[in-house]
Design a protein around this ligand. Structure first.
Ligand SMILES: Cc1cc2nc3c(=O)[nH]c(=O)nc-3n(C[C@H](O)[C@H](O)[C@H](O)COP(=O)(O)OP(=O)(O)OC[C@H]3O[C@@H](n4cnc5c(N)ncnc54)[C@H](O)[C@@H]3O)c2cc1C
Length: 477
């Protein structure tokens, strides 16, 4: 969800640029070219065409199909699920039936006060009301019309519990365990998780903070044991347990299978077809051929973000930026946004993202979540000065990095940890005390030093720790 923002001026500037961006062609394709094509006579027609088989697209397709509409999903990648399948799939929808059944003391008034306090005037009041009014219905709808089930993420606090209407025990839900066997052969087409759950365990998003503490906290240890117990029970029932984004995407896809909605993989949207100011179809590439598909009632563009489009990131976002630090689906290159712009759509909030601090590990950037929040660690800028509450919501940490980078180098920043920290907590998927892989050091993501004086030479001065530390410290960026 959007976090507090402090740069409205830049936002306004970019909004202007975005509105003017309808003429911008990102990449090599010629936007708007389909409008001129006349070969529609034998083009296949569906009532609704959905572009993108992530959580948004598959939910939209399920709704259309359940309303009796002949629906098709076209997906660019060879796998379905997009970033949603890679995600933790924590879902913030106040007052949904799962929360209320779990006894969460939420009310529409509390949720409205909280949302308004968080997003303020950035999001029009009617849009906030639409989200709060329709969100619970959406959760109920997918539960009634697919095998997707949810569980309360107890203790996963609202990000700003101190604001009016905030709930410290949280109001997020996440997918419950889904049996991948229900997908049959289609299971092989599920986009893999960003960090797969180790075989032999069933882990939910809400478990992670406890798993980090498994060596130092009784509840952490109990939850670690429970993850194995869940797996044993699932295996005994012949279940292939999927959780988090894998459950979200898998169960939605199972819903589409049940509803008879085809999902065409390897079928990217190339452009929207526009007739007399109305979108009437899509031009896609299928089996190497550009094909027009007509849409009788409408096209839903749900093709994700532009995290892997360098030109768009340069155009809309603040430097330094690139496509190397994202953990989103590699097929998300903003194609639907570009096609929408070419068709005359407006965009907003393009300068902001669902940001999070990442460590540029050799194989893939690591989205650093619980690790930031634990004792024995600080984050410092390139002068070695601490500059942010490390345990703040991930988006806020990156907002501060960019804000402060304008006056002194804060990107990359360094996370400094000591050996006590390493001995106590899980780091990524490495159990406490285990050494970090050599390649983390050799690619420069990690630097080791046994004295505070010998900090990485690129720092102007040694970091200024604010807690008692052991002599051996490690820094990662
Ligand atoms: C590691 C990670 C963890 C996350 N955890 C959370 C979390 O816990 N809670 C939360 O709320 N959010 C989380 N997110 C963010 C969340 O996953 C995304 O906001 C969400 O998946 C967006 O859903 P979507 O359906 O819009 O896009 P996506 O799920 O990305 O789906 C877009 C789909 O469109 C397809 N596509 C792209 N271009 C085209 C084209 N030209 N033609 C056809 N198809 C196209 C893509 O291949 C993709 O399958 C996380 C993200 C990541 C990466």
């Amino acid at each position: 969800m959007p976090a507090h923002r402090s740069q409205p001026t830049r936002r306004q500037v970019l909004r202007g640029a975005a509105a003017a961006g309808a003429g911008i062609a990102f990449g090599s394709r010629l936007l708007g070219s389909v409008a001129a094509r006349a070969d529609t006579a034998d083009a296949p027609e569906y009532d609704v065409v959905v572009v993108g088989a992530g959580a948004a697209g598959m939910t939209a397709a399920l709704v259309a199909a359940k309303r009796g509409l002949n629906t098709l999903v076209v997906e660019k990648a060879a796998k379905f699920g997009g970033s949603a399948a890679r995600s933790g799939a924590g879902i913030w929808i106040p007052n949904n039936e799962v929360l209320l059944a779990a006894g969460v003391p939420d009310t529409p008034a509390k949720a409205a006060a909280y949302l308004s306090a968080v997003v303020g005037s950035e999001v029009p009041a009617d849009r906030q009301a639409a989200f709060l009014g329709n969100g619970p219905e959406m959760i109920s709808f997918v539960m009634r019309n697919s095998p997707l089930r949810f569980r309360f993420m107890e203790g996963y606090s609202d990000y700003y519990p101190e604001l009016p209407g905030g709930l410290a025990n949280g109001r997020s839900v996440e997918p419950d365990m889904f049996d991948g066997n229900l997908l049959g052969a289609e299971l092989a087409n599920l986009n893999p998780a960003y960090i797969p759950v180790p075989n032999g365990q069933v882990v939910f998003s809400g478990d992670y903070k406890w798993l980090n503490l498994a060596l130092v906290n009784v509840k952490g240890a109990a939850i670690a044991l429970e993850t194995y117990d869940r797996w044993l029970k699932a295996a005994a029932r012949g279940v292939k347990p999927l959780t988090m984004g894998q459950s979200l995407a898998g169960a939605l896809r199972a819903g589409l299978l049940q509803a008879g909605v085809p999902v065409w993989l390897n079928t990217p949207l190339v452009d929207l077809r526009v007739d007399a100011g109305r979108v009437t179809g899509v031009l896609v590439t299928r089996d190497g051929t550009q094909t027009l598909i007509r849409a009788k009632y409408g096209v839903v563009v749900a093709s994700g973000g532009f995290e892997h489009n360098g030109e768009m990131r340069d155009h809309y976002q603040r430097q330094p930026i690139g496509t190397d630090w994202t953990v989103g689906a590699s097929s998300n290159t903003g194609d639907g946004i570009a096609a929408g712009l070419a068709a005359g759509a407006e965009v907003a909030l393009m300068d902001d993202s669902w940001w999070g601090p990442v460590i540029p590990l050799p194989d893939e950037p690591y989205f650093c979540l619980s690790e930031r929040t634990l004792p024995g660690s600080i984050i410092v800028n390139q002068q070695g000065a601490r500059f942010v509450n490390e345990a703040a919501p991930y988006s806020d940490v990156v907002h501060v990095m960019y804000e402060k980078n304008a006056t002194a180098p804060h990107i990359p920043a360094w996370m400094v940890i000591d050996q006590n920290y390493r001995n106590r907590y899980l780091f990524k998927d490495l159990a406490p005390t285990l050494p970090f892989p050599d390649k983390w050091y050799s690619n420069g993501a990690l630097v080791r030093s046994s004295t505070i004086a010998a900090w990485p030479p690129r720092w102007a001065s040694p970091p200024r720790p604010c807690r008692t530390r052991s002599p051996a410290s490690t820094a990662s960026r």
